[in-house]
Structure formats: structure tokens, C-alpha cells
Design a protein around this ligand. Structure first.
Ligand SMILES: *Cc1c(COP(=O)(O)O)cnc(C)c1O
Length: 251
């Protein structure tokens, strides 16, 4: 099968499963945004996905996102400017403060804000460009040692500490749930995310406007949808297995 046909087939399959999961939960499938995680996959693969009406992409490293954004934009700029205009980039990886400046203005949403220091840098760099940057707070919902993210029990207080930052807008929460064989084992974590989302949404700060719950990946996106995810981040399920070795120095 050609790469084009494979990506198209995978997209169709993921979309079907997402719709079925939404149906099971009595949710409108239109509430759910599929983010195709294109990290470590070439711009060509992103272009194929976009030709199959997939317009939201997720990347984990700043340089890779910016390079790919240019390549994809170049590809569509004469061929189909309408497609180029529809493509949105989500930053989903761990963000170092020294990389923030380059990223501001280039993303639809930064999913991975996990410290006050990072939030402050995003705010100040956004201010310099006269922008308000949409962000999510990354929650380490299972309290895993190896993971980034704010501890769930600290999340509400954390939003208080961001209240004065007027050039960020907190649009919701994100989590990377534990790796699991049975997606059902993550259900309690997704539920806990949903509860936390509701708690923070009730806060009355000018910079909080909660509508996004970003959770669920290739192995557990259906469970995440059943528990209220509005954005699912699927990589392998669309683009196939990633080669981590090949690009390690570009991170
Ligand atoms: C890589 C990655 C994904 C996609 O993972 P798959 O298992 O390939 O679907 C989603 N979210 C984050 C934060 C990631 O780093």
C-alpha cells in the first residue's frame, strides 16, 4: 500500500472509532478534535494527512515544529492556499523556557505548561508580540515520577498563581496518562481530569476560559472520549511506528 493510502486508511479508522466512542457516551462527535501527532514524521506525511482533511497537528520539539511548518506551508502555498490556511499546530512536548520566544505566535495551543516559570516566560514573550497565547495546564494525573506536569492536588492553587498573567489564556487541561495494555485502567485518571477541569472552570479569573480537555492517545483515546476528552492526540495510529533513533539530535 502507498504511504498516501495507508495514512488515509488510518485516519478513516481513527475517525470511525472516535465517532463510535462519542456515540457510546452520548456525545456529539463534533465536540471532539483529532490532533494528528506528527513528531518524528516528515512534512510529506503531514501534507498527505492534510490532503485527507486532517488539519490539526501536534509536535513535541520547537525546531521540528517550526521547520515542518515552513515545509508544509511551502508545499500548499501555491497548490492550495485554502489548505495552508486551515492547518493548525499544537505544541504538546515539554517546553524549555529558552525555546519559548521562537514558538510564540506559531501555535494554535501550547498543551504542556507545567510550571510558573514557563507560564511567566510565555506571558512576557507574548506581551512583547502583543499576543495572547492559548495554553493548557499539563497535569501529571497519575503522579508518575517520570512524567512532567502539575500534581493534581496542586492544580487549583497553581491557577491562582497565574491569575495576573494577562497575555496567556488558560483554555483547559492536558494529560499524558500512564502507558497501559488495557485502556480501561486509565479510565479513573480521565475521570479525575474531568473533575479537575470542572473545578478550575468555576474560577473567575480573566485569563481562564476553559473549553479544552486534551487527553487520550493511540492506545486509549476511546476511553478518553467516553470520559470527556475534547482533544485527542493520536500519532502512531495515524502515521505508524516512530523511529526515535534517527532524529534524536534535532530535539
Ligand atoms: C507522542 C505523543 C502523543 C501520541 O502518542 P501515540 O501513542 O503515538 O498516539 C500524544 N501526546 C503526547 C504528549 C505525545 O508526546
Amino acid at each position: 500500500m502507498s504511504e498516501h493510502d495507508q495514512i488515509k486508511l488510518n485516519l478513516d479508522e481513527i475517525r470511525k472509532r472516535a465517532i463510535a466512542a462519542a456515540d457510546r457516551a452520548g456525545r456529539d462527535p463534533k465536540e471532539i478534535t483529532l490532533i494528528a501527532v506528527s513528531k518524528l514524521n516528515p512534512a510529506d506525511s503531514v501534507c498527505i494527512a492534510a490532503e485527507n482533511e486532517q488539519y490539526e497537528f501536534g509536535e513535541n520539539w520547537v525546531k521540528e515544529l517550526l521547520d515542518k511548518q515552513i515545509e508544509v506551508n511551502d508545499y500548499f502555498s501555491t497548490k492550495s492556499p485554502q489548505t495552508a490556511a486551515k492547518i493548525k499546530w499544537h505544541f504538546i512536548g515539554h517546553l524549555q523556557t529558552n525555546k519559548v520566544k521562537q514558538l510564540i505566535g506559531k501555535t494554535e495551543l501550547i498543551h504542556s505548561v507545567d510550571s510558573l516559570k514557563l507560564a511567566k516566560v510565555i506571558d512576557s514573550e507574548s506581551k512583547k508580540k502583543d499576543l495572547i497565547t492559548d495554553i493548557l495546564l499539563e497535569i501529571n494525573i497519575a503522579g508518575e515520577e517520570s512524567k512532567y506536569g502539575i500534581r493534581p492536588e496542586e492544580a487549583v492553587a497553581f491557577t491562582d498563581s497565574l491569575a495576573e498573567l494577562s497575555n496567556i489564556k488558560i483554555r483547559g487541561l492536558m494529560t499524558v496518562a500512564p502507558i497501559c495494555d488495557d485502556p480501561d485502567t486509565n479510565r479513573p485518571y480521565f475521570r479525575k481530569m474531568r473533575d479537575l477541569f470542572v473545578d478550575i472552570k468555576s474560577k473567575n479569573y480573566d485569563n481562564i476560559d476553559m473549553s479544552v480537555l486534551s487527553m487520550g492517545m493511540t492506545l486509549d483515546f476511546e476511553t478518553a472520549i467516553e470520559e470527556g476528552a475534547t482533544h485527542i492526540r493520536v500519532g502512531t495510529g495515524i502515521f505508524g511506528a516512530r523511529d526515535y533513533g534517527a532524529k534524536s539530535e534535532s530535539r
